[in-house]
Design a protein around this ligand. Structure first.
Ligand code: GLC
Length: 496
């Protein structure tokens, strides 16, 4: 009897245990894939995570490259060329008159008309944005400058200033070797521009010729500058501690105020100011292989299909022209390994540039568990049958790519702050990535704090439309300096 009871109990307990086991296995069976696929995904993306040690190393190498760039002897071998801008005088409020600005450097270009006066620094301000079709960005230099001159003419006619001679500041946001404020030879195109017969030539001259050819407007180019310089100038107008101009948009670059004694490349300029803005063109950092220790297969694959292969490697890890494309490449690679999007609809992501950088910001804007926007985005891209887990993975990849970009940019800014070595430095920032991404600024601030020398402090300020307004200001300062010079010469003639 006891034995029978023992067997009955044994059977009962075994079946209960069996049932438990069955449920556990069954439950696990719906998730084991997810569990291991998260881990596999993390492993595959691990190189996109920058350790503090690596970020410090990036900052250290960047400092060496900047020092090399500033020196005559080593400039040839430096990735960071540190071009002198010939912008040495900041606005002093005595600028007056109407000034035009032309801002060229991305997918659109803008024209602005600013009226500076004695009482208010910027009394009047009108602007127009003109699209720059792909066809023009990749055609000939002549077509590009003729198109710009035509839009300029339309603009001055619209605002009825076509009969006046108006000084123009030309923001040309590409690497240029400047030989003066109005002479800037394009070194090489970046950001997908490939117009023929511009590299090696003076872009101020090309634009001035295109304007003259039309004979219907009278515009005088007073200055050519980089967008970073415009950004710095327009903020320095209000904040004297502003010593760095930074762009994180379609491309990335920074300029900063350097002491003349450190600038061996600056010559032939009679100005007596003891400082000069240096356009670092830091986008080219890493072109000699110095960033290979952190570049991933995704970065290499992306670079291999760009029009400037092997060039602008730092920029290709940070800026808006590339971030979305990196995310797309990571997602495709994960999908091919069966780690995300289990149906074949992921193939819609095989098209280059399909995942725009602005989507990263849209996805990261929502709280962790809110997938509504992500679902809409994936649907619009053409994906079907995706799960919440897929959305979480897409978000994870976006975060990795944008964090890496923010930390890389932070390493650059910290390097400049340490180099300037002043107690408090204001950094004027502009660019769509910085402006639209919900955490970019915070991530950068956090990292810069960790990287700067103790005792130094900084502040990032947004400089909206600095590259446009800055160009008008540079033209205005150049105009004022010229008028002052004429006045000085006149006085000399009268009194000597
Ligand atoms: C690219 C250009 C640079 C510009 C930057 C931001 O890096 O080479 O001149 O400042 O983009 O627009």
């Amino acid at each position: 009897m006891d034995l029978a009871l023992y067997y009955i109990n044994l059977v009962a307990y075994t079946s209960i245990a069996g049932m438990f086991l069955f449920f556990i296995v069954k439950k696990r069976k719906t998730h084991p894939f997810e569990q291991s696929s998260w881990e596999k995904m993390e492993k595959k993306c691990a190189k996109l995570i920058l350790t503090n040690k690596n970020i410090k190393r990036v900052s250290g190498i960047m400092l060496e490259e900047i020092e090399m760039g500033l020196r005559q002897k080593s400039n040839k071998n430096a990735d960071i060329k540190c071009y002198p801008t010939y912008v040495r005088n900041l606005p002093n409020g005595k600028e007056k008159g109407k000034f035009l600005a032309l801002d060229l450097g991305g997918t659109n270009f803008r024209v602005l008309l600013i009226q500076l006066g004695e009482t208010a620094p910027e009394k009047e301000f009108v602007s127009r944005e003109f699209p720059l079709p792909d066809l023009i960005r990749t055609s000939s230099g002549e077509a590009l400058f003729d198109h710009i001159a035509e839009c300029l003419a339309l603009f001055v006619k619209e605002f009825k200033v076509d009969k006046e001679i108006i000084p123009l500041g030309f923001t040309f946001s590409f690497p240029c070797r400047q030989e003066g404020l109005t002479k800037a030879k394009l070194v090489q195109w970046t950001k997908g521009f490939t117009c023929s017969e511009v590299e090696g030539r003076d872009v101020a001259e090309l634009l001035q010729n295109a304007i003259h050819k039309r004979k219907d407007v009278h515009i005088k180019i007073m200055a050519v500058l980089n967008d970073t310089t415009g950004t710095l100038m327009s903020s320095a107008y209000k904040q004297p501690n502003c010593k760095i101009g930074l762009i994180i948009g379609t491309g990335t670059n920074a300029c900063y105020v350097e002491k003349i004694e450190n600038m061996e490349l600056l010559d032939g300029d009679s100005d007596d100011s003891n400082q000069c803005i240096v356009n670092t063109e830091w986008g080219a950092f890493g072109d000699n292989g110095s960033l290979d220790f952190i570049r991933t297969d995704f970065d290499r694959a992306l670079d291999s299909v760009t029009s400037n292969r092997g060039k602008q490697l730092y920029e290709k890890m940070i800026s808006g022209k590339y971030l979305g494309e990196i995310v797309r490449r990571v997602l495709v690679s994960l999908a091919k390994d069966g780690l995300i999007f289990k149906d074949s609809s992921y193939k819609c992501l095989l098209e280059a540039d399909k995942f725009k950088t602005k989507l990263i910001s849209e996805i990261e804007k929502k709280p962790e568990n809110d997938f509504t926007d992500c679902e809409c985005i994936l649907e619009e891209l053409g994906l079907t049958d995706f799960t919440h887990e897929d959305c979480a993975k897409v978000r994870y990849v976006c975060q990795l790519v944008s964090r890496r970009a923010a930390f890389m940019a932070a390493a650059g800014v910290a390097t400049l702050i340490n180099k300037i070595n002043e107690k408090h430095v204001v950094v004027a920032v502009d660019g769509t990535v910085y402006r639209l991404h919900p955490h970019f600024r915070h991530l950068m601030e956090q990292k810069i704090k960790q990287l700067i020398r103790p005792g130094l402090s900084f502040e990032l300020i947004l400089s909206e439309d600095g590259s446009g307004r800055g160009a008008a200001l540079v033209a205005a300062v150049a105009d004022r300096m010229k008028r002052e010079e004429i006045y000085r010469n006149l006085l000399k003639k009268v009194f000597l």
